[in-house]
Design a protein around this ligand. Structure first.
Ligand code: SF4
Length: 314
C-alpha cells in the first residue's frame, strides 16, 4: 500500500520509557535530543545485545562528558543562510531545509540544535526562488533537513516542479536517512516523481552499518535504479569504527546498487563526545579499506571545516 510509510512513520518509539520497555533494558535516558526510533529500524536491533551498532546510534550515553571542542552548532549553518531556509556555502549549489522532521533521531546529529523554526524552505519559497534566480552560478539544489522524504509525495513533487522551472538548475540532490531506516518510504509514487523530473537526480542515502540494510530496503531501493544512488556515513566509535564493519557496509551498499561516497569524521556537536574516532585511527581505518576494497567502494574520508569539505588523504 502506498500509504504504508505514513502509518510506519507514526509507528515510532519515543522517549526513554517506551524504549526501555521495548528493548527490555534500562539504557535509555530522556535527554536533550529527544529519542525517536521508527519500529522498522528498532526491529533490526538485537534486543539481547547492548553493544548492537544500531542501538548505539539512538541511545543516550550515560557517560556523557563535556568538552570545550564540542559545540551546539558545530558547522554554524545558520550563519551561511543568506535567506531563511537556504544554506549557501559553495558557489554552484545551495541546500534547502525542506523539512524539520526526521524519521529517526541520531544522537550524533550535527543539526540537532538547528534553528528549524526560522529556516523552513517551503514557507519561504518566494524569497528562496528570487535568491537562486539571481545567482546563475547555482546549478544544483540539495534538499536536506531534517529529512526531505518526511514530506508527502505531493509536497515533494510540488517543490521539485518549482525547482525545475529555474532554468539554470540542472541537478536535484536529495539527502535522506529515512529511505534507509524506514524503507517503506520508497514508494512507487516517489520513484515515479524522481524518474520523471527533467532534472538530473542524485539521492544521497545515509547509512552507517550494514545491519541497517534490511531486505525491504534492498527491495525498495531497486525502484530507484534509474537514479544515481550514493551513500554517506559518519564514522562512529562503537558503531562502525572497524575495517570489517566499513567493508561490509560498502559491499552491501554496492549489492543494493548504491555507491559509497563520503565517510565523515564526526562533527563535534555537544553530547556526541563518546562517538569520536581520533584522526589517526580514522586514517588507519581508511588505509585498511583501500587494501580490502576495490577503489570505487572506498568512500572519501572527509571532515567539514569552516563550511568546506576537506578531503583527508588516509
Ligand atoms: S536523520 Fe539526519 S538530520 Fe535527522 S537526526 Fe539523523 S543525522 Fe540528523
Amino acid at each position: 500500500m502506498q500509504n504504508n510509510w505514513k502509518h510506519n512513520s507514526r509507528n515510532t518509539l519515543k522517549g526513554a520509557s517506551s524504549c526501555n520497555d521495548f528493548f527490555q533494558i534500562s539504557q535509555f535516558e530522556d535527554q536533550h535530543f529527544p529519542i525517536k526510533i521508527p519500529l522498522e529500524f528498532a526491529n533490526l536491533i538485537d534486543k539481547n545485545n547492548p553493544e548492537d551498532p544500531l542501538l548505539k546510534q539512538v541511545i543516550n550515553s550515560q557517560a556523557r562528558f563535556g568538552s570545550s571542542e564540542f559545540f551546539l552548532s558545530p558547522l554554524d549553518d545558520e550563519s551561511n543562510a543568506p535567506v531563511e531556509g537556504l544554506i549557501h556555502k559553495y558557489p554552484n549549489r545551495v541546500l534547502l531545509i525542506a523539512s524539520r522532521v526526521c524519521a529517526i533521531h541520531c544522537q550524533y546529529c550535527f543539526r540537532q540544535n538547528f534553528n528549524y523554526a526560522e529556516h523552513d524552505a517551503l514557507s519561504n519559497w518566494l524569497a528562496i526562488e528570487d535568491y537562486i534566480r539571481a545567482h546563475t552560478q547555482i546549478n544544483e539544489v540539495i534538499l536536506s533537513g531534517g529529512d526531505p522524504l518526511s514530506l508527502s509525495d505531493e509536497k515533494l513533487q510540488a517543490l521539485i516542479q518549482k525547482i525545475e522551472r529555474i532554468p539554470h538548475i540542472r541537478t536535484l540532490r536529495i539527502h535522506s536517512r529515512s529511505a534507509v531506516v524506514t524503507p517503506s518510504r520508497i514508494t512507487d509514487q516517489l520513484a515515479q516523481i524522481l524518474n520523471q523530473t527533467s532534472l538530473n537526480v542524485v539521492v544521497v542515502l545515509h547509512s552507517n552499518h550494514a545491519n541497517e540494510l534490511s531486505s525491504e530496503f534492498v527491495k525498495n531501493i531497486g525502484k530507484l535504479s534509474q537514479i544515481t544512488l550514493l551513500n554517506q556515513s559518519v564514522l562512529l566509535k562503537g558503531v562502525n569504527d572497524s575495517a570489517q564493519a566499513l567493508s561490509d557496509l560498502s559491499l552491501q551498499l554496492f549489492d543494493a546498487g548504491v555507491l559509497p561516497y563520503y565517510l565523515h569524521l564526526l562533527d563535534k556537536v555537544s553530547g556526541a563526545e563518546h562517538f569520536l574516532v581520533g584522526d589517526q585511527c580514522a586514517k588507519e581505518l581508511h588505509q585498511q579499506l583501500k587494501k580490502n576494497l576495490s577503489g570505487y567502494l572506498v568512500p572519501r574520508l572527509v571532515r567539514d571545516e569552516n563550511g568546506e569539505f576537506k578531503a583527508w588523504i588516509g
